[in-house]
Structures are given as structure tokens and as C-alpha cells.
Design a binder for this molecule. Structure first.
Ligand SMILES: [Zn+2]
Length: 80
């Protein structure tokens, strides 16, 4: 079972490379129980496709920073 931190660490690999089947099952399982990571993954995919549009091969550090911001925003929403 993977946790949120692992999902976040693995996001660039997930999106940039073909993911391993077993690994994908772990992630799917986690996503089914963690709406926060669903938001993160979809945000990440959108960001990466945007990054690809401007022809950058590597996902920049700023994307990870952006994702952490999304997490904090989601956390804040939940507490209201
Ligand atoms: Zn999670």
C-alpha cells in the first residue's frame, strides 16, 4: 500500500514514463480511498500536458511546489 507522500514522489515517473502494472494497482487502490491524491494526480497531469505543450522535457521543480500548494488549499477547504 502506498501513501500520499509516495504518490507525490512518484508522480513525475507516472506521468513521464509508462507505469508498471503492479505499481499502477497500488496507486489505483490508494486513489480509490484518497480524494486528495485524485486531485493531485489530475492537477499534475494537466500541468504536465501544459509543460509538454511548451516543449519542456523535464517536469520542473515548480510543478512539485505547485502540487504542494494544491494540497494545502484542499486541506484548508476541508477544514471550513
Ligand atoms: Zn493520498
Amino acid at each position: 500500500m502506498v501513501n500520499c507522500e509516495e504518490i507525490l514522489e512518484l508522480l513525475s515517473d507516472l506521468v513521464e514514463h509508462e507505469m508498471d502494472i503492479d505499481f499502477e494497482e497500488d496507486i489505483t487502490e490508494h486513489l480509490s480511498e484518497c480524494p486528495r491524491c485524485v486531485v493531485i494526480l489530475s492537477t499534475f497531469r494537466k500541468t504536465v500536458s501544459l509543460v509538454n505543450t511548451i516543449e519542456m522535457k523535464r517536469v520542473p521543480v515548480i510543478v512539485h511546489r505547485h502540487l504542494w500548494q494544491v494540497i494545502h488549499i484542499e486541506e484548508r477547504k476541508r477544514r471550513k
